[in-house]
Design a protein around this ligand. Structure first.
Ligand code: CA
Length: 239
């Protein structure tokens, strides 16, 4: 189920938009201020963000700017009361993908959400069936990998965790998110289990497992996969 963060300070807009998105089958988290939005973004994974521009404390432009420092991929729709071109251009420059001026019809918002999610999934799939980083090659269809120490076969869980980290490259993925995505809600292994998976990844893929380049720990939060070179999401090669 796709998770959407809806950031809107006006309850009279927030509530009906949330309800309609939920009726379309999305899981919706709401935030009423920019600060709360940034906190949620730091702690949770979202597939799409809907940001009101005029917000208390931190506005929609600033949120977009913050998000794009670490996450180039998540689709962002900006919503503003102002319909003038300058605001729209600023939003797009900061890294928003689409723009909607108030008052808008719910139908139009839903169509745009749908379109952006389909588009982002397209690039996600194209980029992660097969990846290369450093001297490693991983095939996510067969779970086979070539590493500096020779060929290996990943387990299904290893492949799932690796894919999760790679899909969210350069982004910190919390242990909680890893548990939800890889183990699901039923069986909770200890966080130690995740740490052991990461240790294995370092042994497989890092030239110096004790000085990891690709699989980095973020103290107290989780892990991130770092690709040394930035390439566009639609390319099949990472790093
Ligand atoms: Ca507002």
């Amino acid at each position: 189920m796709d998770r959407i963060l809806l950031v809107e300070d006006e309850q009279s807009i927030r509530e009906p938009v949330k309800l309609n998105l939920e009726l379309e089958g999305y899981e919706v988290v709401t935030a009423s201020t920019g600060k709360k939005a940034l906190k949620a973004i730091k702690e949770q994974h979202f597939d799409l963000l809907i940001l009101d521009v005029m917000l208390p404390e931190v506005d929609g432009f600033q949120i977009t700017e913050q998000v794009r420092l670490t996450n180039e991929q998540v689709p962002i729709i900006m919503v503003t009361a102002k319909s003038d071109g300058a605001d729209r251009i600023l939003g797009l420059k900061k890294g928003a993908d689409d723009y909607l001026a108030k008052p808008f019809q719910l139908e139009e918002l839903l169509l745009r959400v749908d379109k952006l999610l389909i588009r982002s999934k397209g690039t996600e799939n194209a980029s992660t069936e097969f990846i290369e980083f450093g001297l490693n090659k991983v095939n996510f269809n067969t779970y086979e990998a070539e590493t500096p120490r020779g060929p290996i076969n990943l387990t299904k869980k290893e492949a799932m965790l690796l894919k999760l980290l790679v899909d969210r490259k350069n982004e910190v993925v919390s242990r909680q998110q890893i548990l939800q995505s890889v183990w699901g809600y039923d069986v909770y292994p200890s966080t130690r289990t995740i740490d052991n998976f990461i240790l294995s990844f370092r042994k497989y893929f890092e030239e110096e497992p004790k000085e990891p380049k690709f699989f980095q720990s973020v103290r107290g939060v989780g892990y991130k996969f770092v690709s040394p070179k930035e390439r566009s999401a639609s390319e099949a090669v990472i790093g």
